[in-house]
Design a protein around this ligand. Structure first.
Ligand SMILES: [Ca+2]
Length: 165
C-alpha cells in the first residue's frame, strides 16, 4: 500500500473554543492527521480524498468527505492535514514537526473526540479505499496517536503492542 495514515492528533490540548465561543486558528491547526507515501514511486494525488465518520444527533454515523487533494506526493514524504484555514504562520512548532508539507481542510474541527473516528483515504474514481485506520473514543487530550495495525493508538500502547511481536 503506497499511502498510509500514520499519525493523528484528534484532541488538541486546551479548550476548543475560547470564552467568547470563538475558535483560535492555532488551536484549530493543532488538530491534524498525517499520511505518508510509503511506496517507492511518486503518488499522484489528483484522485485522492480524505473522509471520516460523521455523527449527527439521533442518526447512525455516516462517511463524510473532508477534502480532496492535488499534486504529487514523493516517496517517503509525509503530508499533515490541519483543521481550519491557517494561515501557515499560525501552526505551532510542535504541530509543524514531523511532516514535509502542511495543508488545511478549510473546515472547523473534524476529528471526533467522544465517538472516536476513522480517517480514510479514498479514490472516488475507482471507489477504492486506499487506507483507513480508526481510533477509540475519547482520545487523551494532546496525545499524538500512532499507527499500529489498523488502529491509531497512544504511543505507550503502540510500543507495548510492538514488543509483543
Ligand atoms: Ca477533535
Amino acid at each position: 500500500m503506497a499511502l498510509q495514515i500514520t499519525r493523528i492528533k484528534p484532541n488538541p490540548p486546551g479548550k476548543d473554543r475560547d470564552r467568547q465561543g470563538q475558535t483560535q486558528a492555532a488551536q484549530l491547526a493543532a488538530e491534524w492527521v498525517d499520511f505518508k507515501n510509503d511506496g517507492t514511486t511518486p503518488f499522484d494525488c489528483s484522485q485522492l480524498e480524505l473522509w471520516h465518520r460523521a455523527y449527527h444527533a439521533g442518526q447512525a454515523p455516516t462517511w463524510e468527505k473532508i477534502m480532496s487533494f492535488k499534486g504529487t506526493l514523493q516517496p517517503g514524504k509525509t503530508v499533515r492535514v490541519h483543521s481550519g484555514s491557517g494561515p501557515d504562520s499560525v501552526v505551532r512548532d510542535e504541530d509543524r514537526r514531523g511532516a514535509d508539507s502542511h495543508l488545511f481542510t478549510g473546515k472547523d474541527y473534524v476529528w471526533n473526540n467522544k465517538e472516536g473516528d476513522t480517517p480514510a483515504l479514498y479514490n472516488p474514481t475507482t471507489k477504492v479505499t486506499l487506507d483507513a485506520a480508526s481510533y477509540d473514543p475519547n482520545p487523551p487530550e494532546g496525545e499524538v496517536l500512532v499507527r499500529s495495525g489498523d488502529k491509531l493508538v497512544p504511543t505507550t500502547k503502540a510500543a507495548y503492542s510492538y514488543s509483543l511481536r
